[in-house]
Design a protein around this ligand. Structure first.
Ligand code: ADP
Ligand code: MG
Length: 395
């Protein structure tokens, strides 16, 4: 195993200025934050630094301004929301480097929070530019990374900058993410270890499937991805979304699972309709999908089967919705799996942008051991890849 990441509690922050890279890349409706999950996720770290007498300087990216200063990508709405959540003043610098940043940071009082303007207003951020990183670090003493969702990219604020700063550490969120995913990656996850995979495409998830095949006892497949597996078994899936070029791969995976004694389950029934906008669907056996029908969710018998396995699992990793859950007519499979996983007394982790949104919509997030805030980053960590923004924090 690699050395552990350094954590915030390893550093003496009292009286010091701490640069905290957060992920405030939040959805906006004009000038309002429509989902503040990512802002809330950073609160424990901000509070911990303040409790210990440190001054907090936050930095984040937002959207894709392509290296130019554009008002519609300002972090102003995020700063306003943070001020509401913290009940303190948040001072937004008009730039992340230079005089604007200097003024706000050097005048900062302990109870206030400084926030730097969008890092991506400078093309050097995404280029991992060292000179830019030097500018970012000029007025601060300590570096903390709490932007898990950005840690798989070698950008200046998560990679070049911490390399330059001897006092650097993971924030509480990054630490929790790494610990949860490493527990599933480690040598002895509690068994049975069950993985649930769904979502849009097999092609997005090939590496995860292959890695999970090495570790899990049971692999439960749902979502549009399941259609490719059903078609690979020779079943007629009507107008369902199928990746024709992945049929051979699906067959190989089914054989591999058999060789390794892993139970790979595909749906026994599905919910079909003739349109994505249908207001209701019909549950049908996977052998009887009509020519003009699309499978848009896993069916009730499949939910029951998967649910039983999830309830008795000791470790669970879930990525990818079981159906087109954005339409309530096709949400039962996803919510059914979400509930069964919540009922499990084992170690349960969900990752992936849409899967996490589904868990939150179902109001079940509190009942999981860990809900990952990083889609791409959590999958890469689970695949055993090294995340540039995490590796630089190892002692
Ligand atoms: P995540 O973001 O959790 O990794 P993905 O992005 O892979 O998940 O997949 C989510 C998308 O897959 C959702 O928009 C969902 O509607 C879609 N989806 C799931 N099942 C189906 C299906 N049977 N047919 C069409 N779309 C589906
Ligand atoms: Mg997605």
């Amino acid at each position: 195993m690699s050395t552990p990441v350094r954590t915030l509690d390893d550093l003496e922050v009292g009286g010091r200025t701490v640069f905290v890279r957060v992920d405030f890349n939040v959805p906006l409706d004009g000038t309002r934050v429509t989902d503040d999950t990512r802002i809330r996720a950073a609160l424990p770290t901000i509070k911990r630094i303040q409790e210990r007498g440190g001054r907090v300087v936050l930095a984040s990216h937002l959207g894709r301004p392509n290296g130019k200063k554009k008002p519609e990508f300002s972090l102003e709405p995020a700063a306003a929301r943070l001020a509401e959540l913290m009940g303190t003043e948040v001072l937004l610098a008009d730039d992340c480097i230079g005089d604007g940043a200097k003024k706000v940071i050097t005048d900062l009082r302990e109870s206030q929070i400084a926030m730097l303007e969008n890092l991506r207003f400078h093309p050097e951020e995404e280029a991992d530019d060292e000179l830019f990183a030097r500018e970012l670090g000029k007025y601060v003493d300590i570096y903390v990374n709490d932007a898990f969702g950005s840690s798989h990219r070698a950008h200046a604020s998560v990679h070049a900058l911490p390399k330059l700063m001897p006092m650097r550490a993971a924030g509480l969120l990054v630490h929790k993410e790494v610990a949860a995913l490493e527990k599933l990656r480690g040598n002895n996850p509690d068994r049975p270890y069950v993985a649930v995979l769904g979502g849009a495409k097999v092609s997005d998830k090939i590496e995860v499937i292959e890695v999970l095949m090495e570790r899990v006892d049971e692999l439960l497949i749902g979502g549009a991805m399941a259609n490719t597996f059903l078609a690979a078994q020779g079943l007629k899936v009507g107008k369902s979304r199928v990746e024709e070029d992945k049929l051979a791969l699906a067959r190989t995976l089914i054989l591999k699972a058999r060789e390794r004694n892993i139970q790979l389950l595909i749906p026994v029934d599905v919910v079909v309709a003739d349109s994505l906008k249908a207001t209701r669907g019909n549950a049908t056996d996977v052998n009887t999908i009509g020519e003009n029908e699309m499978a848009l969710d896993i069916g009730p018998r499949t939910v029951q089967q998967y649910g039983e396995r999830l309830r008795r699992a000791k470790s669970v990793f879930w990525n990818g919705p079981m159906g087109l859950f954005e339409n309530p007519a096709f949400a039962d499979g996803t919510f059914g799996v979400a509930r069964a996983m919540a009922d499990s007394t084992g170690f349960t982790v969900v990752g992936g942008g849409d899967s996490v949104a589904a868990v939150q919509a179902a109001g079940l997030a509190e009942r999981y051991s860990h809900v990952s805030t990083g889609g791409g980053a959590s999958l890469e960590l689970l695949e055993g890849k090294k995340l540039p923004g995490v590796e630089v924090l190892r002692a």
